[in-house]
Write a protein that binds this ligand. Structure first.
Ligand code: HEC
Length: 499
């Protein structure tokens, strides 16, 4: 007979079961990590299987051999397109500026000894190039104040196998170039980005090691880039794809970040105060900001204390002035399988607040802040994730169909007419540090325009030999390697620039 007690117990058990049942985790949607469909969207690549040489050599040219004590620059000046310059091991203390096409500048490594470019903490830049079809390889570059290797509007470049240590603001910085390969470089101790791809298209960044820098690898205002097989460790932020507002190219899109190691990026931020990277929280693994169509696949992302992956829009960034012409959200972020371990264990208040809003406590592997359209993730149950409620499951599992975004036939060499000189120099050189809408490394353009209205000569004179003016900015490097006509043209361009 059913007594009252048994009945009560039965009801109790039934109610508990019902409550427990409703609290049960939904069964995760598990996507196979092996096999499955490949990504079929975004940019149409033409390179097929090759990630090999991207420069098109015009001719074989002659080989110049440089010995310690010789000047590399004087040989660059007398060389012809097609020539190779081999620099023998030893120490060279100079700035090399290549303003012609089709030069192969090569350090010779002999029994481990390299050609070393030593800025002695005084010189600004080690190697600058503005030509097309430039190859720079095998150097040891150290102790400069500005850039290790900077490209200024040259197309088809290869920068490989260089060891770059403490070269100031940027380690390797191709700016405004189409079709370029940056591979097998080791870069450390950089106050902004160790590898900075700026306003460029069709680039491949592979097999590099970047560490002890503020940003490891940065894809900024650039399109069609693959970042793969790199080791980004012990930076403030490991791998970043974002839009800097106020630059003439307004978007970052079609970026694949795959098969990289991104670990221990917990170095305190030592970026120039007020600069954009100074806003990156220490402990950032991968950061996507205002970039679209970014795929994150097959990375091992571990021990980044703020979060393994942060996706945000411009409104969350400190030190950013919104550009009305840049779409500020990160749309179509696609997160495929990644191995994520021990991230977000000591995060920032902003992430804690976003997590709490979703009743999430504890570490955070992935956080998405701000609106986003068309984003997706596979196997979301694996991660401690916040802000990805509107992510769908991806309808592909890999990017195997896309070996590279390099151009099979190279890019047309950029030809700079006298009329374009100011614009190209501005885009290729100044916009690395000056933006229209806000502070980058240097003051915003409108501030400069107010100072130098109707005085391009005065501005040209300043950039030829800058003096330190503002205590809260670093000094500006001299632009004396540009000839006077270019200095004046860029001064006029900067003064006439409108948003
Ligand atoms: C590596 C970063 C960097 C680059 C590249 C750069 N600048 Fe600057 N610029 C700065 C900084 C930093 C300051 C502030 C310096 C100070 O106040 O002492 C500055 C200041 C200036 C000023 C203000 C001068 C004054 O009288 O106050 C002008 C003008 C200027 N830059 C023009 C240019 C032009 C033109 C270019 C390109 C040819 C350029 N800059 C490239 C970092 C840079």
């Amino acid at each position: 007979m059913l007594n009252k007690r048994t009945l009560m117990l039965a009801v109790f058990v039934f109610v508990c079961g019902w409550i427990l049942g409703s609290n049960k985790q939904p069964v995760p949607i598990i996507t196979s990590s092996a096999g499955g469909a490949s990504y079929d969207g975004g940019y149409r690549t033409t390179a097929g299987d090759k990630v090999a040489a991207v420069t098109k050599r015009l001719s074989t040219g002659i080989i110049h051999i440089i010995n310690p004590g010789d000047s590399i620059q004087s040989v660059v000046e007398m060389s012809q397109p097609g020539d190779t310059i081999q620099v023998l091991p030893g120490t060279y203390s100079e700035t090399v500026y290549i303003d012609k096409d089709d030069i192969h500048l090569m350090g010779v490594i002999d029994q481990g000894r390299r050609a070393t470019l030593d800025g002695r903490g005084i010189l600004n830049d080690a190697i600058l190039y503005s030509g097309n079809n430039i190859v720079i390889e095998n150097f040891h570059i150290k102790d400069y104040k500005g850039n290790g290797i900077m490209g200024q509007a040259g197309n088809n470049f290869e920068i490989r196998n260089n060891l770059i240590v403490d070269t100031g603001i940027y380690g390797i910085f191709p700016q405004l170039g189409i079709n370029g390969l940056v591979e097998h470089n080791v870069v450390s101790g950089i106050a902004d980005a160790a590898i900075y791809i700026g306003m460029s298209d069709n680039v491949h960044v592979a097999f590099n090691e970047v560490f002890d820098s503020v940003a490891g690898i940065e894809i900024e205002n650039s399109r069609h880039a693959i970042v793969e097989n790199n080791n980004a460790h012990n930076n403030t932020g490991g791998i970043l794809a974002f839009v800097t507002p106020g630059l003439p190219i307004k978007s970052t899109e079609d970026v694949i970040i795959r098969n990289n190691f991104v670990s221990n990026n917990n170095t305190p931020n030592f970026g120039a105060p007020g600069s954009m990277v100074a806003g990156i929280p220490s402990g950032t693994g991968v950061l996507i900001m205002a970039a679209d169509d970014v795929i994150i696949e097959g990375n091992i992302i571990s021990n980044n204390k703020t979060s393994g992956i942060i996706i945000s829009d411009h409104s969350y960034a400190s030190n950013v002035t919104i550009d009305p012409h840049s779409e500020p959200n990160s749309d179509r972020t696609m997160i495929l399988d990644n191995v994520m371990l021990n991230n977000g264990y000591d995060t920032i208040p902003e992430v804690i607040a976003l997590a709490l809003a979703e009743l999430h406590t504890g570490p955070v592997d992935i956080v998405h802040a701000g609106p986003s359209e068309g984003s997706c993730i596979n196997n979301r149950h694996r991660y401690q994730a916040v802000g990805i409620g509107n992510y769908e499951n991806c309808d592909f599992t890999n990017t195997d169909n896309i070996r590279s975004y390099l151009l099979a036939n190279g890019a047309e060499p950029r030809v700079i007419s006298a009329d374009d000189r100011g614009e190209i120099a501005y885009l290729g050189v100044c916009s690395g540090c000056h933006s229209f809408t806000g502070r980058l490394i240097g003051p915003p353009v409108p501030v400069i325009q107010a100072m130098y209205a109707n005085n391009p000569e005065g501005l040209a004179k300043y950039i030829n030999a800058p003096v330190k003016k503002r205590s809260n900015y670093p000094p500006m490097p001299a632009m004396s390697y540009l000839d006077f006509e270019t200095q004046l043209a860029v001064a006029k361009y900067m003064l006439a620039l409108r948003e």
